[in-house]
Design a protein around this ligand. Sequence first.
Ligand code: C2E
Ligand code: MG
Ligand code: MG
Ligand code: MG
Length: 286
Amino acid sequence: QVKERGKGHWRFYQPAMNADLLARIQTDHAMRQGLQRGEFELHFQPRVDLRAGRVTACEALLRWHRPGAGLVMPGAFIGVAEETGLIGALGQWVLEQAVAQARRWLDEGVAGQVAINVSALQFEQPGFVQDVAAALQRHGLPPALLELELTESILIRDAEEALAKLQALAALGVELSLDDFGTGYSSLTYLKRFPLHRLKIDRSFVMALGEEAAAEAAIVAAIVQMGHALGMEVVAEGVEQPAQLRQLSRLGCDHYQGFLYARPLPASEVRAHLGRAVEEAAPPSA
Ligand code: C2E
Ligand code: MG
Ligand code: MG
Ligand code: MG
């Protein structure tokens, strides 16, 4: 295939490259349309506070009811949205929905913080701090009921700029956590300067816990100790086995999420979990 590109310029496309590019263009187009047609939905995964022995928060996770494709998970579309820039509008939608939902729960007397995932590209946008402030104000949500989950990739472009933004967000009163900790650049120098409330240990470390003599246990122990020494709480994600939970508990981990307690659930179903007391040794779904 040959296509004209300006005067006298010809470019040759390989069919395989075309197919992939075309799929991404179609996904981008369908996402833009889906955003307007209300095809996106937030599910919420409960987070258990081990010391309090109850569910004190939940994490909002994006789902897409793509026509003809069923329920699509973020792994299949967040990357495309980041590539095309749609992540700005998508992230803004998530922020708005999560804050509105947290406010509804507050009005209904349901206690629970809501955490949202923020892509590095969204975080980098000049108006991001104002967007967060505006959403909180629009719904009259106490800022501490919103948590932003960021990843170490926010450091790639300009670490000093990222630090200034984090400080502005912390000054608003929202809580900040570092997601997928241990998989990124682990810039410990910056870590101690970040106004973070929590570190979320990546699932890849949690998975190996409960097995005998897993090296991951030493890594998790080190993350917990370092987090605590720096004044942060530590959250384990992806807890599936009772043995993993027992070990996390022994290692002093503060919170956990995972299929062991509950999968991400629609708002109507997670509601009953918020504030609920949890017997550490016997989660309801175990
Ligand atoms: P994440 O923020 O690290 O979220 C945790 C992922 O692990 C979620 O997958 C969750 O469903 C899954 N998970 C939780 N507990 C368990 C468990 O016990 N076992 C297993 N195997 N998995 C568990 P999900 O919902 O597919 O999301 C994947 C990633 O997509 C998220 O990773 C996050 O990076 C991204 N994402 C999701 N929603 C949003 C969003 O609204 N905005 C942005 N920018 N990214 C999002
Ligand atoms: Mg997350
Ligand atoms: Mg994570
Ligand atoms: Mg993860």
